[in-house]
Every structure is written in C-alpha cells, then in structure tokens.
Design a protein around this ligand. Structure first.
Ligand code: URA
Length: 433
C-alpha cells in the first residue's frame, strides 16, 4: 500500500478503508512514513474530512499505538473526564473529589498547559511536594485508598497522537474536527476508564469558537466512545469568559479549594456540579437530579474537600495548603488594572486573557520554560458587571516585575467596555448523549 496513493485518495474526497488507516498509522509510528507525506495526508483530511467510521478507526489505531492501560486492579466503576481546554478551567480539581466522595473512582491522566490554555498537571505541581508521576502500582494504590488520583500522561499513552499532534501544530492542521476527535478520544480509550464525560468548551477561549462546531465535535467524540463500548456523554460549556475569577496555577488551586468549601464563584460551582453529576449519572448512581443533589451534598458536608486533601497527601503533597490555602506562596509583585472608562464590561476575549496570564509566567514560552506557579490574574469584574472609570477590574501577579507592561497591554486588549448591559449567556449550552 503506497502512502502516495492514500494521499491522492483522500485528496479526491474518497473514503479510506480500515486496512489503509491502520497501516498508515503503524507506518508513521514506526518511522516508515515520513513527516512530509503525513503532513500532506493531514491537510487532505483537513479539507475533505473523514466519515464517522474512518474517524472511529483512526481513533482506535492511534489508541493502540502504545499502552492500553488496564484499570482492573482498581475496584468498581471508573469514570474519566476530559476538557477540550480553556482559561481558568480548574474543574478537575473540584469534580474528581466530588465524584470520588460519592463512591465512583476517578483514575485520571491529565495534560500540561497548551498554548493559551492551562493544564491540570501544572496546577497540581504548584502544591508543595506534589508528585504527578507515579508508577502504575502507586497510581492504582492511590485510587484504591483515596478514591481518586490525577497524574500526568504516561510516556507510552497513545504515542501516535504525540507524533501526529506535534506535526499538526506546525502544519496548520490542528483545527480539524475529525483530527481533534481522534486525538482526544485515542487518549481516553487508552486510559482505560469505563465511562467518559467530555467537557467541550465553546467561545473565544476555546479551540472551538462556535457552538455549531462544538456540538459537531461533541457528537463525533460521543459516537467514538460509545462505539468503543464506553458510556460517554458531553456537555457543551461556555468558554467565552474565563471560568471563575482566578487564572494561574496556585491561584486556581486556591479557587478550587474555595469551591469545595462552598465559597466558590457561582459560574465555576455550577459548571462543576453539572460535570460531577454527569459523571455520577454515567456511573449509574441515579437520575440526573439525584446525582446533582449527591454532588452538592459532598461540598456541604466537606467530604469532597477531605478527598482532595487525601489525594494530595497520598501523592507526596502538603495537604495543609489544601485545608488552609493562605499557606500557598504568594507572588512578590502585583499590579491593579483599572477600567479606562465607565460602562458595562461587555466582552472579555478569553484567549487573550489566557495569553496575558501566560506572559506573567503562568505558562510556558518554550517546552523547557519553568512555570511561575504564583503568577496569574485575579478578575475583580466579569462580563455583565458595571464599572466606574478608574475602578479596578483585575489584579496581575508575577515574580518578575518586568513582565507587567506587556501582560497589561494584552489584558487590556481583551476587555471591551460599552454603554449597554450585555445579555447573559448560558453556562451550559447543551448535553450530547
Ligand atoms: N486536545 C487534544 O488532545 N488534541 C487536539 O487535537 C486538540 C485538543
């Protein structure tokens, strides 16, 4: 089977067979197919798309390019969650302990920050002593004793995706719905849980900027999950404004803890309760309403907070910062950002907010960059609120004063103030099953 012929076939809008897709992925992972031919194929897929069957086969082939994690040493039903990425998205830190408190296991592999979006593993590493690399035995042990564990992705989980993603990143082929669906779901299938809850973000801070694209992506991913025998559901959630009020690594852990104490921002709390109840519903714990009430109870009685502290302790971290987040190290420098005029905050370009936070040191400039865990942004006003001229709308934090000017400029570009109060947008747009 010549790669040249497969490229031409896809370029002409034809459908690839199972044998063709599997041999292409095997050949690419083994290094027999060069990057330039795979790049041409990715661009052909970008323009011509893939059928649901082709996408499902591609996902399965990429999932099987490395280890398929066997979670059977962990007792009970295991539920995974995946967010397509956003700004201020600390939901895993809230949702996983809630679900574990209700008796459903969460054995989760998470990612690091990517572009303007933050990553759960970086956030967890802002906790002193916290280990996010565990052996398989340690991982199973932590889940069996505390009900949950969140670690970084193991080196051999879907290595085909790692190679393909790096190529897509430099060939302008990331924004393809079948390629995104196959990339995300290959890792979810390889990670071994029984059920998968997908949080598909939509809006200016998401990879999918329109609701229609987000729904299409969600439908594709749910179909792939179900086809692979996993109970799968997606929620389409708002990423047109940052989630919660804090952006940055330790800042987001602090806000997650506040939410587990019942004192979190309304938007973050509502999204987390919906995600958690979706995971509980997938695990067969009751009706959606019963699952929502169950999730709320774990916040009210403190059990979810204690679960998070137990997981942190089991992974070598200092649980005292979870119980008392004022113990987290603070950024040595802060700068207030004030409204340039009176009016309503009508829009916040969320991608630019994420970039501004990254410019303060919360994200990486290169793969080798060291993260400033204390850096980030505290939003004092959000979309829909009225502001006076000169009133503080945000506070920037960093360990390096010289980073303030550029980050402030980026943040101010993200904010639009106008005379008319904007209409409130929903937090949850749709549920795809
Ligand atoms: N996240 C992924 O894991 N893959 C994509 O293609 C896009 C977002």
């Amino acid at each position: 089977m010549r790669m040249y012929d497969l490229i031409a076939k896809k370029r002409n809008g034809e459908t690839l067979t199972e044998e063709e897709i599997r041999s292409m992925i095997d050949g690419y992972v083994l290094g027999e197919i060069p990057d330039y031919q795979m790049s041409a194929m990715l661009m052909a897929i970008y323009f011509k798309g893939m059928s649901d069957t082709e996408t499902a086969i591609l996902t399965d082939a990429v999932a099987h390019s490395g280890d398929m994690v066997d979670l059977t040493p962990i007792q009970g039903i295991k539920v995974d969650k995946h967010s397509t990425g956003g700004v201020g998205d600390k939901t895993t830190l809230v949702v996983a302990p809630i679900v574990a408190s209700c008796g459903v296991k969460v054995a989760k592999m998470s990612g690091r920050g990517l572009g303007h979006t933050g990553g759960t593993v970086d956030k967890l590493e802002s906790i002193p002593g916290m280990r996010t690399t565990l052996t398989e035995e340690e991982f199973f042990e932590v889940v069996n004793t505390t009900g949950l564990s969140v670690i970084g992705q193991s080196g051999n989980l879907a290595p085909g995706d790692k190679k393909l993603y790096a190529l897509r990143d430099v060939t302008a082929t990331v924004e393809s719905i079948p390629l995104i669906a196959a990339s995300i779901m290959s890792k979810k299938l390889a990670a071994g849980s029984d059920c998968i809850l997908l949080d598909v973000k939509t809006g200016s801070g998401a990879f999918m900027k329109t609701l229609q694209d987000s729904v299409t992506l969600a439908e594709k991913m749910v179909a792939i999950g179900e086809h692979a025998g996993k109970k799968t559901m997606a929620l389409i959630t708002n990423m047109d404004i940052p989630l919660g009020n804090l952006i940055g690594n330790s800042l987001e852990v602090i806000e997650a803890v506040e939410t587990l104490k019942g004192r979190g921002p309304k938007d973050l709390t509502e999204v987390c309760l919906n995600l958690a109840s979706g995971m509980l519903w997938l695990a067969g714990k009751g009706t959606p309403e019963e699952c929502f009430a169950m999730a709320e109870k774990t916040i009210a009685d403190g059990s979810a907070l204690n679960r998070l502290a137990a997981m942190v302790k089991a992974q070598g971290g200092d649980p005292s910062v979870i119980l008392d987040p004022s113990l987290f190290a603070k950024a040595p420098y802060e700068r207030e950002i004030n409204a340039v005029k009176k009016g309503y905050l009508v829009h916040m370009n969320t991608e630019q907010c994420g970039i501004a936070s990254s410019m303060l040191g919360a994200g990486r400039v290169t793969k080798e960059s060291l993260i400033d865990y204390t850096a980030g942004i505290a939003l004092k006003k959000k979309v829909g609120q009225e502001v006076e001229e000169g009133e503080t709308i945000a506070v920037l934090y960093t360990s390096r004063q010289e980073l303030f000017d550029a980050a402030e400029e980026e943040f101010l570009k993200a904010v639009t103030i106008a005379d008319e109060k904007p209409e409130e947008e929903p937090l949850i747009y749709a549920r795809v099953t």
